[in-house]
Ligand binder design. Structure first.
Ligand SMILES: *Cc1c(COP(=O)(O)O)cnc(C)c1O
Length: 353
């Protein structure tokens, strides 16, 4: 592997942050203001009966950070959790973007990047992916300038299902004049492609992951950001102190303690995705299936609107992607349980239009 040299200094990274945030003091929670042994807690106006729910959660999610850090082989001090990685998308945008700053993304991709830019009043600059969903590197580079603060890269990408080539990724991280956020929401389906082991090489890189997909816990809302100590400090400065609640923490800790269960489910879903791919390819209504390394398939139909409605009429819901650039007539289909996938296939075999 080549060694990368970047021109980032601490000053240059700090200059990307909204100036009013650099010296902002975070809310200091009652529980964070003392060190040492605590037998009697009369500091936070909590109810005293020990239900396991009566105390505020640890604002820095110490135990959870250590559990995830151990599994990922990553420094727990360089992790911060969000109420889903959705929350992290919003926080990252607000740290770096004042109104009139610009963020860049590559549609078709995850919709929250644009929503967060809209909330922050930032300009959303889209450079569409090519028809094979690879990145048009030169066009992307031509689109950024001194107002560019964030580049969102999603690998593997939702909804296309492909991962970004490592050399392209490295080139973009090194060339972009602002913060690159690599959204690895689907990385548990292809862990060897993670850039986490290389994060320390790139001071302008933030990686986000989530417990929502491979870990199967979309309902508890738990996402993680991995970044340099300075960026982690900024994330901790702007986050609400108790964004990760005690119930989420409990469930997440139990799951992280049994990673083999997650891996087993991931293996099953990958096998189901491959089976779906093979079976769907034989159907009359299917035009093309994009290669995927995730738990879903982007499928081009001859008439996606008709198939979408037909599936709905049969109480099967898939995601319409036909409105996204280069995804005309495409539906995104998540791999479900074997019997759910069987029902989808059986229903589609009867589609005759
Ligand atoms: C599902 C998804 C997320 C959202 O993750 P949460 O942690 O549930 O908020 C983030 N990014 C992409 C690309 C996704 O598909």
């Amino acid at each position: 592997m080549t060694t990368t040299t970047t021109n980032w200094t601490q000053e240059k990274i700090e200059a990307l942050v909204r100036p009013n945030l650099l010296n902002l003091k975070a809310y200091s929670s009652a529980r964070a203001e003392f060190k040492g042994r605590a037998d009697v807690l009369l500091d936070a106006n909590e109810s005293p009966w020990p239900t396991g729910r009566n105390r505020y959660p640890d604002p820095s999610s110490t135990e959870l950070r250590h559990a995830l850090g151990k599994f990922k082989n990553f420094d727990p001090d360089q992790i911060v959790f969000g109420n889903g990685s959705d929350e992290l998308v919003d926080q990252i945008t607000r740290i770096f973007c004042a109104p009139d700053d610009a963020v860049h993304a590559l549609p078709p991709t995850f919709g929250m990047y644009k929503v967060a830019a809209g909330i922050a009043g930032a300009e959303f600059r889209a450079t569409n992916l090519m028809t094979d969903f690879t990145i048009p590197v030169e066009a992307l580079k031509a689109s950024w300038d001194e107002r560019s603060k964030i580049l969102w890269l999603c690998s593997p990408n939702n909804p296309s299902g492909n991962a970004i080539d490592a050399a392209v990724l490295e080139d973009l991280i090194v060339s972009f004049p602002g913060i690159v956020v690599l959204d690895e929401a689907y990385i548990d389906f292809v862990p060897a492609r993670s850039f986490l082991p290389r994060l320390a090489d790139f001071p302008n890189l933030i990686i986000t992951q989530t417990l929502s997909k491979g870990w199967g816990m979309a309902g508890i809302r738990c996402g993680a950001a991995f970044a340099s100590p300075f960026i982690i400090r900024m994330l901790n400065t702007i986050k609400m102190p108790y964004n990760i609640n005690v119930l989420t923490t409990e469930v997440a800790l139990a799951s992280l303690g049994q990673p083999e269960k997650m891996q087993e489910k991931v293996t099953t879903l990958i096998a189901e995705r491959k089976r779906l791919e093979t079976e769907l390819a034989g159907l009359e209504c299917v035009e093309y299936i994009f290669p995927s390394v995730t738990n879903f398939l982007l499928v081009r139909l001859k008439d996606s609107a008709a198939v979408y409605q037909y599936l709905l009429d049969n109480a099967i819901v898939v995601r319409n992607q036909a409105y996204q650039p280069n995804a005309e007539n495409c539906l995104r289909i998540t791999a479900g349980l074997a019997e759910e996938n069987d029902r989808l296939l059986k229903t589609l075999r009867k589609f005759t239009r």
